[in-house]
Design a binder for this molecule. Structure first.
Ligand SMILES: [Zn+2]
Length: 78
């Protein structure tokens, strides 16, 4: 592999990581409603990295009942 390919590979990883972190930071600005106990909470962005989600349903750990379940994304933080 030439040096150019290595640089392209590194840049690709950096851009992908940046996108993942940007997505997690964006999700951490939202309130989520726990699917188990119904409590509303804001996840830390570190907990929102690469979570499984389908549309507005995110697999997150609820800080109130300590269970990991599908939480619905609600309104954005004001
Ligand atoms: Zn809960």
């Amino acid at each position: 592999m030439g040096k150019t390919l290595v640089i392209i590979a590194i840049l690709t990883v950096v851009v992908m990581a940046g996108g993942i972190i940007a997505g997690a930071l964006a999700d951490s600005k939202y309130y989520f409603a726990c699917g188990n106990c119904g409590a509303k909470f804001q996840p830390k962005w570190t907990n929102a990295i690469l979570v499984y989600h389908v549309f507005d349903e995110h697999l997150l750990k609820c800080p109130h009942c300590n269970t990991t379940n599908m939480c619905t994304r609600k309104g954005q933080k004001i």
